[in-house]
Design a binder for this molecule. Structure first.
Ligand code: RIB
Length: 302
């Protein structure tokens, strides 16, 4: 498939509660919600890309438990090829998410079945990886599975890495990212992981430092300040629409998935990022992760 996006990543059941504000350590607060919905950074990005028109396959795993069905429901309804999703003994990945009144979230992830996406498992899907236009990776599977996916990329495959959360991964695999997608916090941690922590947290400095480390291109996401696309010496600022956030859970994944979809169609980094910023903003105006993602028929904010 010439324009196929292959995501190698996590699938979670998201257990979300809403609170007035996030609790302090040792504090108990009243909340509401408690519903289970589809999440996981890998699955979120796969769904976002598919809803933006890409042909998408996901390589991952769920457990043999009642959470597997709600965790994969949107993958199936959005047309993602799930033939690379294994069902393994043990629990499906679980994310416990707290969303405050201003839409900000905090998340604890229990890997469950995602821990079985090992190098050996990923290698079984080598043919799909070799033929992909784009491979999209995050940080919620074992590092050896991550590195194997990069190693299996074909000569014409573009490797997109959104190392969220930032976990230790082999340097050589990480530097294959073109682009590396990160927020400011993640960018700082990645520079530290590469052995060159930066004193400055200015976005341009972070982007330039990552390019200096050897990334061919970098997309630095800046929340309501948009994004920066860095390619060689050039840095381009990408605006984002002004919206009132309801729930930012998975908005970054919506950005990454939409970005991958556009790159697979042959768009430039800048055009893909402009579109992705609008998709990410749309996602922050709805509740949950995948449930808030737009399809091609939805009107995006400007
Ligand atoms: O990025 C948001 C996602 O992070 C949630 O869906 C949760 O499952 C965690 O993986």
């Amino acid at each position: 498939m010439p324009n196929r996006v292959v995501v190698v990543g996590s699938i979670n059941a998201d257990l979300t509660v809403h609170v007035h504000r996030h609790p302090q350590p040792g504090e108990t607060l009243p909340g509401s919600g408690g519903a289970i919905s589809a999440g996981g950074k890998g699955a979120n990005q796969a769904v976002a890309a598919a809803l933006q028109g890409a042909e998408v396959a996901l390589i991952g795993a769920v457990g043999r438990d009642p959470y597997a069905t709600p965790a994969t429901e949107r993958l199936r309804t959005s047309g993602v090829d799930c033939s690379g999703v294994a069902e393994v003994d043990g629990p499906t990945g679980l994310a416990v998410i707290t969303v405050s009144r201003d839409g900000e979230n905090s998340i604890i992830v229990v890997p469950g079945a995602n821990a079985t996406v090992t190098g050996e498992y990923v290698e079984r899907h080598a043919a799909a990886l070799r033929e992909a236009a784009v491979i999209l990776l995050q940080g919620e599977i074992p590092a050896e599975g991550f590195a194997r996916a990069v190693a299996e990329a074909g000569p014409r495959t573009r490797v997109l890495i959104n190392l969220a959360p930032v976990v230790p991964v082999p340097r050589e695999a990480l530097l294959r990212a073109d682009p590396l997608m990160a927020n400011e916090h993640e960018a700082g941690l990645i520079l530290a992981q590469l052995g060159h922590p930066l004193d400055s947290d200015a976005p341009e400095d972070l982007a330039r430092a990552l390019i200096t480390e050897g990334f061919a291109s970098v997309v630095l996401t800046l929340g309501k300040r948009g994004a920066l696309v860095a390619h060689g010496e050039e840095i381009t600022s990408i605006p984002t629409p002004a919206i009132t956030p309801v729930d930012t859970t998975g908005a970054g994944d919506a950005f990454a998935g939409a970005f991958a979809a556009r790159l697979a169609e042959g768009a430039s980094l800048i055009d893909a990022a402009r579109h992705a910023a609008r998709v990410g903003a749309y996602a922050a105006t709805g509740h949950g992760a995948q449930a808030s993602y737009p399809g091609l028929e939805d009107e995006l904010p400007r």
